[in-house]
Structures are given as structure tokens and as C-alpha cells.
Design a binder for this molecule. Structure first.
Ligand SMILES: Nc1ncnc2c1ncn2[C@@H]1O[C@H](COP(=O)(O)OP(=O)(O)OP(=O)(O)O)[C@@H](O)[C@H]1O
Length: 554
């Protein structure tokens, strides 16, 4: 499809892809391979042959998302030719294992993450390690978010979008996370629908695509709209007012939206002469499903956010470049806005970490559009993956250290993801559900009250909106080590979230039950009234009959 390939090249330039010819990435033959044998085949697929030597065992933990809601991955891109011409092959980082990386400046600093992916980790492998689980989480009803962080040119767009080949329907080696995620999402939807045909399982997926440029939200699927506003709603959560939502039923629809949105970004870029890196982009898909089981209709909902953040840049660099290019203050304004929103992001993360360590702090979500929009993904109801992209070159040592520090802090964020699910149905089925929910509540209560050690100084009481009563939480902030206290705090939070969800569902069921009961009562009254009017009619008829009978006899 010529449209797709034209637009694909538009995306590449709009999103800051450099032409491979002008900026070739040398292949690093001697670097270590991160993969377990399970991934070698994919690596061969992508690279044409198994040319890399494994040295780090990559251990994927299938139960990771059961115990965690935030995953932090470091992705190291290959050295670029310009970096090689500046500093040769000199690197500022050294990878020690599949989870640890050392920044080799002064002082030397070692960092541990959920995964460190070096320059040999293919797009496909990265997708298998993070994208697959993210889609699975969404299918399970969890809000999910992936965002790419890093300095300008560190590989964020390569990771999130890569090269799009919308025409053939097959992924190229450099195809990024987003197209792969949707390809997998729709294949899973198809399989689920086939496997659960008797439950009448139905899915609806709606996409939107926006950018935050100079603290203004622009709809990339409707270029005529400007400065859209963020709203908050108890039911919908945080959303952007008047943002175009397009229903999609297959991966190709999504790619079309990506292409369309990215082309709109390119037009803006041509007119305003700003590059892709000057805006944050957020591609969102809302996945809703509906099915029937035991007379109850279930609804499930999940929001998937894929975020390509603008790259940070030191302002003195921008000023220097501005002087040499003669560009007006626009570039500086962009860079200032980007740095401001990224530092708000950093502050939000720092405060969230301090809160999870027991401090009481305000989280400045509303200080930037980015953090306001992503507040559920940061410390809220979401399972979140942060891919921090870095350049290994010594000439980016300070930027790389700053990204590693950011990622390190982000590792301590505690999110509280819950399954977004609801059910409605007939009275009997709902009664059964209430019974089950009551059992769930008493089980959770037992866990909360019985699971913790008894620290008398730490007894406190919590009550939830709509809950039948309050419950006691004992022994949280006693003389325990910060690590244990942290674990307990997070467990407690999880129980709290589960309880709130259970109480909310129980309350909803009670309300629905009451509504049905009053409907029933009204129906009974109606029947009563009908019966009375029928008796009245019969009496009238009888009287009339006797009247005519007597009349005729006369
Ligand atoms: N893992 C990788 N393997 C091969 N090439 C890569 C990798 N990561 C990035 N690149 C290349 O590096 C260049 C810069 O990457 P990219 O445009 O993705 O950076 P970015 O972080 O999005 O930059 P910006 O913030 O300016 O938008 C591109 O040519 C891209 O193809």
C-alpha cells in the first residue's frame, strides 16, 4: 500500500528516525547475548543467523505480574556513527548481568533493574519479554501502560514504534512495540472469542492518539482541534475531553490510526519546524469485553497507554544549537517545556516512592499535563512498564547516568492495579454473587487481621465508602525493618484495594437488588390494581346481567 509506505517514511522523519544511510548503526558482533535458548531462534529470525554468543541468561519470570505492578527495563542502543567519530568505542556503561548495569564514571555506580537489554536484544525479543505480558494483563481487565523514557536520540521511538510496515501485514525486523502489541492483542481476542463462544463473548476496542506539545494537548486524529482539556470522572477516571476515539477491529486499523496520527504530527513539524522529540505522544486503546455466565452479564474494561516521551536535552546545548541554526526562541521554549514536564514526572515518582516508604506527601500530578494524564499509570490503578533508553557512549555519560537514576527511582513506585470488572443479571444470580462477595470480604478481613503481627502501638482503623463497617489493621509501622514495613505497607494497600473493590461491587449489587425489589413491589401493586378493577368489572357485568334478565322477564 503506497499510502502506508509514504506515511511510514513520514513517521520516521516526524518521530526523529534518522535515515540508516545517514546514521548507520554498526553491528556489534562481540557483544554478549542476553537470551536463554528459548529466545535464540527469534534472534536468528531477526538477524538472519545466530551470530551472537550468549553470556547472560535471561530469566523471564512468568509470575512477575502477580506480585508486581511496575516493571523497569533498561534498553541500551548501539553506538551511533557520530558517537564513534566523537569518542570512538569508549562506553560509559558496563553490563554485569541480565539485571545489573554499572555506570563506569566517578564514582562508579551499579544499578539493578528487572531487565537490562543490550544492543543485541531485538525488537521481537523485547516485545516477547514485555509486550506479551502487557496484552495479557489488559485481557485480564488490568489497566496497562508502557512508556519509553530517555534523552534525545536514545531509541524511544525505535522501541515504541520502530519501522511500520502496514502493507504486508508482516513485521520487519525493526518493527517496534506498538504494532506488535496490537497484532498480538487482536489474535488473543480472536482466540478468546472462539474458545468462549457459548458465553457470547464480545470485544470493543477504541483508540485515540494525542500529543502534548508545549503543555497543550493536541488530537493527532483530528488536527483541527487544539488545546484539549483533561477531565476527571469517578467512573471514567482521567480522560481528555473531545478527544477522537476510533473503533478498531484488527491490527491493521490500529496501524492506520498510528500512520494517520503520525502524519498529522509531521505536518505540524513542517509548519512549525519542530521534531518529533519535541512532544510527548500517547496512544491509548480502551478494551471492553462483555460475556454471559450463569445468568449474569459480565463487563470488563482495560485502558492501554503507549507513551513515547519527548527526549530530554540540556538547555545549554539547545542554546548553542539555536545560535548556530539561527532558530528563534521556539526551540528553547520547547526544550524548557519538555524539561519542566519531565522534572515534574521525576518529582511525582520521587514523592510516590517516599509515600510508599511511609511519608505523607503531596503528589504534584497536576503540575504537568503529562503527569495529570498518566496519574493512573503512576501510583494508581495500572500495571506499568517503563523502558528507559540509554546511549552507551562516553559522550552521553551524564545523560545516561541521569536516566539510570530516574529508572532506579521508578522501580520503587507501588501501583495498585485491580481488575476492572462488573456484573449485572437476575435476582437469583445476583444473590449468589453477593454471597460469594461476602465470602471474599470475610476471607480478606481474615487475611488483614490475622496476617499481620501484633504491634500494639500501630493499631488503626480503616473504613471504606460503602462498606458495612470498619476493620482494624494492626502492626504496620512497628519496630520492623524498612524493607518488611515496605512489604507490609504494599500488602496492606493491596488488601485495601481488593476490599474497596469488593465493597463497591457488593454495594452495587445491593443497589441493583433494591431496585429490582421495588420494581417487583410496583409490579405486585399493579397486579393488585388490575385484579380489583377486574372484580369491579365482573360485578358490574353481573349487575347488568341481572338487570337485563329482570327486564326481559317483565
Ligand atoms: N536498539 C536499537 N537498535 C538499532 N538502532 C537503534 C536502536 N535504538 C535506536 N536506534 C536508532 O537510533 C536513532 C535514534 O533513535 P530514536 O529516534 O528512536 O530516538 P528517540 O529517543 O526517540 O529520540 P527523540 O527523543 O529525539 O525522539 C534512530 O536512527 C534509531 O533507528
Amino acid at each position: 500500500m503506497p499510502f502506508i509506505s509514504e506515511a511510514a517514511s513520514a513517521i520516521k522523519s516526524r518521530f526523529g528516525f534518522l535515515d540508516q544511510a545517514s546514521e548507520p548503526m554498526p553491528s556489534v558482533r562481540s557483544s554478549p547475548d542476553l537470551f536463554k535458548s528459548a529466545f535464540k531462534e527469534n534472534l536468528r529470525d531477526d538477524h538472519g543467523e545466530g551470530s551472537v554468543n550468549p553470556s547472560f541468561e535471561l530469566s523471564e519470570d512468568p509470575s512477575f505480574w502477580k506480585d508486581h505492578n511496575v516493571q523497569v527495563i533498561i534498553r541500551i542502543r548501539p553506538l551511533s556513527t557520530s558517537e564513534i567519530s566523537l569518542q570512538g568505542n569508549s562506553k560509559c556503561v558496563r553490563q554485569d548481568s541480565f539485571q545489573t548495569i554499572t555506570w563506569s564514571g566517578h564514582p562508579e555506580s551499579r544499578f539493578t533493574f528487572d531487565l537490562v537489554a543490550d544492543e543485541n536484544v531485538s525488537q521481537e525479543t523485547l516485545f516477547k519479554l514485555s509486550g506479551v505480558a502487557m496484552v495479557d494483563n489488559c485481557m485480564g481487565g488490568y489497566n496497562s501502560c508502557m512508556f519509553a523514557y530517555g534523552q534525545t536520540g536514545s531509541g524511544k521511538t525505535h522501541t515504541m514504534l520502530g519501522d511500520i510496515d502496514g502493507g504486508t501485514g508482516r513485521h520487519g525486523v525493526n518493527c517496534g512495540m506498538t504494532p506488535r502489541v496490537f497484532e498480538y492483542l487482536f489474535s488473543r481476542i480472536q482466540k478468546e472469542k472462539e474458545a468462549r463462544r457459548e458465553e457470547k463473548l464480545k470485544f470493543t476496542c477504541k483508540c485515540s492518539f494525542l500529543e502534548i506539545y508545549n503543555e497543550q494537548i493536541l488530537d493527532l486524529l483530528d488536527p483541527s482541534s487544539t488545546n484539549l482539556q483533561i477531565r476527571e470522572d469517578t467512573k471514567k477516571g482521567v480522560y481528555v475531553d473531545n478527544l477522537t476515539e476510533v473503533e478498531v477491529t484488527r491490527a491493521r486499523d490500529v496501524i492506520q490510526q498510528l500512520v494517520q496520527g503520525s502524519t498529522n504530527r509531521k505536518v505540524a513539524a513542517t509548519n512549525m519546524n519542530h521534531a518529533s522529540s519535541r512532544s510527548h505522544s500517547v496512544f491509548t486503546c480502551i478494551i471492553e469485553s462483555k460475556w454471559e455466565a450463569q445468568g449474569v452479564t459480565h463487563h470488563r474494561f482495560a485502558r492501554l497507554n503507549l507513551v513515547d516521551l519527548a527526549g530530554s536535552e540540556r538547555l545549554n546545548k539547545v542554546k548553542r544549537r539555536q545560535k548556530s541554526s539561527g532558530a528563534e526562541g521556539e526551540r528553547l521554549k520547547e526544550a524548557t517545556n519538555i524539561n519542566k514536564s519531565l522534572s515534574t514526572l521525576g518529582l511525582v515518582i520521587m514523592n510516590l516512592v517516599n509515600i510508599s516508604n511511609g511519608k505523607s506527601l503531596h503528589v504534584p500530578y497536576r503540575d504537568s499535563k503529562l503527569t495529570f494524564l498518566l496519574q493512573d499509570s503512576l501510583g494508581g490503578n495500572s500495571k506499568t512498564i517503563i523502558i528507559a533508553n540509554i546511549s552507551p557512549s562516553s559522550c552521553c555519560a551524564l545523560e545516561t547516568l541521569s536516566t539510570l537514576k530516574f529508572a532506579q527511582r521508578a522501580k520503587f513506585i507501588r501501583n495498585h492495579a485491580i481488575v476492572n470488572e462488573d456484573a449485572s443479571g437476575d435476582v437469583l444470580a445476583m444473590r449468589m454473587q453477593i454471597q460469594q462477595l461476602k465470602k471474599e470480604v470475610s476471607r480478606l478481613r481474615g487475611l488483614v487481621n490475622g496476617g499481620a503481627e501484633n504491634h500494639e502501638s500501630d493499631v488503626w482503623t480503616v473504613s471504606f465508602p460503602g462498606s458495612p463497617g470498619s476493620f482494624k489493621w494492626e502492626g504496620l509501622y512497628g519496630s520492623v525493618s524498612p524493607l518488611i514495613s515496605d512489604k507490609r505497607a504494599s500488602q496492606k494497600k493491596e488488601y485495601e484495594v481488593a476490599l474497596v473493590g469488593a465493597f463497591r461491587r457488593e454495594k452495587d449489587k445491593d443497589i441493583a437488588l433494591q431496585a429490582l425489589a421495588s420494581e417487583n413491589q410496583a409490579a405486585m401493586q399493579l397486579v393488585g390494581a388490575k385484579e380489583r378493577s377486574l372484580v369491579f368489572c365482573c360485578l358490574n357485568l353481573k349487575n347488568s346481567f341481572f338487570f337485563f334478565y329482570n327486564f326481559l322477564n317483565i
